[in-house]
Design a protein around this ligand. Structure first.
Ligand code: TRH
Length: 379
């Protein structure tokens, strides 16, 4: 690669929050990684600061710099300040019209960062360009993904070493003791739950109440916590715990992204959702279950099945079947309580599979380098 120029080109990332935290979560993570790893001068525009503030409590005012990133409020009308050299439009969020008009005077490298998918067509569309119908501007589509020929996932430099170091230096028992009030069962299966309103959650909780092996369920505040409370017929304010048979449930405050990573790293099983927590569960190298973002007409099952087909390659048939049945039930097709025993039996195999999956993914190009190299080649 060429040496980095002394003055870095300016980058701008545009993020419109459609729902929840994933849109802002991906953009904030990417912005920080570009700034930290390539010295990129990056400005992040976000329209919903409530979402950003939740992920980054230092986002207290427009223009504040956090972790080398200038955080800006994307307001309407938009305060056009002249386009940067590189513009990332996240998830087809549509750049402000005035900004695009100004960009025609000095066309930037314009990238549309797409949603993550394991579908087969992704590699064929990665890096395709499309000219603007009227203006002398070209937009290139960057697709994150899991296979060669896609843009990869965000993998911050040194992340996996940090994970391993933390797990070497902080035992799970110590970590749990730092926030749990209730008794600690060393033999418990420790599960994190960050989902939407997963189908079959109540059935699964009732099944866990009667399990031979105790289950410790850690639930960050949010949508799934409300579902847990409804299923167990009790209030569980943040920071509180309850015991039901073999099931111990603790509700946790929402942390920053590093804190959420640590939670994933320490758990035996992670129930995740959306796009970013789904990707982070893979870097945690632990068994996980994906509560996919639901779409109209069950269109999300195409994405779910595409990922399952990739992920199950290399698993023994019984483990692949158990994983597939449980994941589909968690997303509304099947009975979670019925499929739990086979899934639980498969956990040791799923644990080593998660490690090799993570190791293989880590050898592929990651999204941060993909973007940097794409721009570097054009520059
Ligand atoms: O919140 P999500 O459901 O987000 C998104 C959006 O809904 C988006 O519109 C949709 O297109 C996309 O999903 C598929 O789930 P996600 O993507 O996992 O994002 C959650 C973010 O919240 C992620 O960056 C991790 C972070 N997080 C914390 O920082 N601390 C926490 O305590 C928890 C629980 C999560």
């Amino acid at each position: 690669m060429k040496p980095m120029p002394a003055v870095q080109p300016g980058w701008e990332i545009f993020c419109r929050v459609v729902d929840n935290y994933g849109d802002a979560g991906v953009c904030w993570r990417l912005a920080r990684a570009l700034a930290a790893e390539y010295g990129v001068n990056v400005r992040l525009w976000v329209d919903d600061w409530k979402a950003l503030f939740k992920l980054c409590p230092l986002a207290t005012r427009d223009g504040v710099r956090v972790a080398g990133v200038e955080l800006r409020r994307w307001t309407d009308p938009f305060p056009v300040e002249g386009p940067a050299d590189v513009v990332i439009e996240a998830f087809g969020c549509n750049l402000p019209e005035g900004y695009v008009m100004a960009a025609k005077e000095r066309p930037p490298i314009w990238i549309n960062l797409e949603y993550l998918s394991a579908e087969g067509w992704v590699a064929g569309c990665h890096k395709l360009s499309s000219p603007h119908p009227e203006l002398p501007l070209v937009k290139t589509f960057i697709f994150p993904g899991f296979t060669e020929g896609t843009g990869g996932l965000i993998l911050e430099r040194g992340l996996l070493d940090r994970r391993d170091r933390l797990l070497r230096t902080q035992s799970r028992a110590d970590w749990l003791r730092s926030f749990l009030k209730g008794p600690l069962r060393e033999d418990a299966l420790v599960v994190s739950l960050f989902g939407y309103e997963p189908f079959g959650l109540a059935e699964l909780l009732h099944r866990w109440e009667k399990e031979g092996r105790p289950v410790l369920l850690l639930v960050p505040e949010g949508r799934s916590l409300a579902k847990v409370e409804a299923a167990l017929g009790a209030n569980l304010p943040v920071g509180e715990e309850m015991q039901r048979g073999a099931l111990h449930v603790a509700s946790l405050p929402f942390t920053d992204q590093d804190g959420y990573d640590a939670l994933l790293w320490h758990c035996d099983l992670n129930l995740v959702r959306g796009e970013d927590s789904f990707a982070r569960a893979q870097w945690a190298a632990r068994p996980f279950v994906w509560n996919i973002y639901p779409q109209k007409d069950d269109a999300h099952f195409v994405k779910l099945d595409a990922f399952l087909a990739l992920y199950c390659a290399g698993l023994q048939e019984a483990a692949a079947d158990a994983l597939t049945a449980f994941w589909r039930a968690w997303n509304g097709r099947g009975d979670t309580a019925k499929y739990w025993p086979a899934f639980a039996r498969a956990l040791p195999e799923l644990e080593s599979h998660a490690q090799s999956w993570c190791a293989t993914l880590a050898t592929r190009e990651n999204l941060v380098t993909t973007l940097w190299q794409f721009v570097d080649k054009l520059g």
